[in-house]
Design a protein around this ligand. Structure first.
Ligand code: UD1
Ligand code: CA
Length: 454
């Protein structure tokens, strides 16, 4: 197959300036390792083979990337970008093309890479950008006709070359045949005594190859991370982009700079998001959802017209239409709330189903329970689901009324329309329509004299 696509991801840099025990490419942006951003992007375009060049901390990097199919190649000594690609040649197909990417340039988009690949018509294409401050980067040299003739590194550039503002992103699409031909011939006769990958441009030009350049849609796509400041800046730029995408879909943010998206958010119309909300993993929001300040929502599906009051935490929950939740509610994994359910403050729900129209309004814990429709679960009532070793189920029928401060000692079943008196400890099943009371009787001693201080 002549059109196979390989990606070569350079990730051998130690990242000294991060001041970290972790290799740089494992630092996270939007809660995901830098390298995983690049690998995920590669998965959305048709890549046949992915080669990652690693150096420092290779075991750590490989251990975190086991979800991906990668050919790992070690570069024991960092002798330059050209050398880093050269060490992959044994792994690199003879035909087809390669995209050359970087583990610390996380946000290059699939769309840009697709365009870059299409731009390679004669053997080589590259991603460049004209910037205000090109200092430190390789400059693109063009002839009078505007054809690319070479890349000159900052340290090798004369004054005239330093004035060029078109810079090399370092990202290319190159025919594998050319990489096999040129890389063994690189020399390190330059200011840094490194094997420059950029020298393949000169070599291609000498072979009469027309090199095409395209620009990315966003500048952040070619930005690398070398220190914590750059990482934080890139995070903000990325967050701004994610927020903008959601605004385009109709979401209103109280303040677009005070929200974090660490995953993917699917939205309906007229969603309102107040300040300091964090989304993680896969989140789905229906139409007319209101999320008030400080909520943390992870891997959760929220229906239409749902109202999350301030400071709710939702993790792997499903929330039905018209539910009203919080403030300060905690929905833990496998929580399923029906339509028109109502949860109040300081309520924790875990691995439980709560039927349509039911209410758990104040200070309750519901774990491993199946609660029917239109149940009133009173203030401070609790499922005692754990005996110290095992978890047990609580089942509550429709329309049941669980009195305030009840302990439901599981396993236990409360029938339909049953009523539990306040303060009860319920250890036995309760029949439909029955009233159950399980508490000490009230005692009264008339004219009681409290102890007095001597
Ligand atoms: C390189 C380009 C420069 C471009 C710039 C964009 C060269 C010679 N220069 O410069 O034209 O403007 O990127 O940021 O290519 N790496 C390895 N092994 C090595 C050397 C580097 O894996 O032996 C990796 C690093 O981890 C890093 C990337 O390659 O992710 C770039 O290396 P770096 O030294 O930063 O390249 P620059 O000199 O900045
Ligand atoms: Ca660099």
């Amino acid at each position: 197959m002549n059109d196979t696509l390989t990606t070569i991801i350079l990730a051998a840099g130690k990242g000294t300036r991060m001041q970290s025990s972790k290799p740089k490419v494992l630092q996270t942006l939007a809660h995901k390792p830098l390298l995983a951003h690049v690998l995920d992007t590669c998965q959305t375009i048709q890549v046949d083979k992915t080669i990652v060049v690693y150096g420092f901390g290779g075991d750590q990097v490989q251990a975190e990337m086991t979800d991906y199919s990668v050919s790992w190649v070690e570069q024991t000594e960092q002798l330059g970008t050209g050398h880093a690609v050269k060490v992959t040649l044994d792994e690199l197909p003879q035909t087809g093309k390669s995209l050359i990417l970087y583990g610390d340039v996380p946000l290059v988009s699939a769309e840009t890479l697709t365009r870059l690949k299409q731009a390679n018509v004669d053997g080589m294409s590259m991603l460049t950008l004209t910037v205000d401050n090109p200092f430190g980067l390789g400059r693109i040299k063009r002839d009078d006709q505007g054809n690319i003739v070479a890349i000159v590194e900052q340290k090798d550039a004369n004054e005239q070359e330093q004035a060029i503002r078109e810079i090399n992103s370092g990202i290319y699409c190159v025919d594998n045949a050319l990489l096999h031909k040129y890389l063994p011939n690189l020399s390190n006769d330059n200011a840094q005594q490194e094997y420059y990958l950029t020298d393949i441009v000169k070599m291609a030009v000498a072979d009469g190859i027309a090199i095409t350049a395209i620009e990315p849609e966003h500048e952040f796509e070619i930005e690398g991370v070398n220190n914590r400041q750059q990482l934080a800046q890139l995070e903000r730029r990325w967050q701004a982009k994610l927020v903008e995408d959601l605004q385009v879909k109709g979401v209103q943010f109280a303040d677009p700079t005070r929200v974090d998206i660490r995953g993917q958010v699917n939205v309906g119309q007229d969603v309102y998001v107040d300040i300091n909300v964090v989304f993680e993993g896969q989140v789905t929001l229906g139409d007319n959802v209101t999320i008030e300040a400080g909520c943390v929502i992870k891997d959760t599906e929220i229906g239409d017209h749902v109202h999350l009051k301030p400071y709710c935490v939702c993790d792997q929950a499903q929330i039905g239409d018209h539910a009203s939740i919080g403030p300060f509610a905690h929905l833990r994994p496998q929580t399923q709330l029906g339509k028109h359910t109502k949860l109040g403050n300081f309520v924790e729900i875990k691995k439980s189903t709560i039927g349509d129209g039911s209410k758990v309004n104040h200070l309750s814990y519901v774990g491993d329970a199946q609660i029917g429709a239109n149940v009133n679960f009173g203030a401070g009532a609790i499922t005692c689901n754990y005996d110290g070793v095992n978890k047990h189920q609580t089942v509550i029928g429709d329309q049941a009324f669980i009195g305030t401060n009840t302990c439901l000692v599981a396993p236990v079943t409360i029938g339909r329309t049953a009523t539990i008196g306040a303060g009860s400890v319920i250890t036995k099943n309760v029949e439909d329509n029955a009233l159950a009371i399980g508490r000490g009787r009230q005692v009264q001693k008339d004219n009681y004299q409290r102890p007095v201080k001597k």
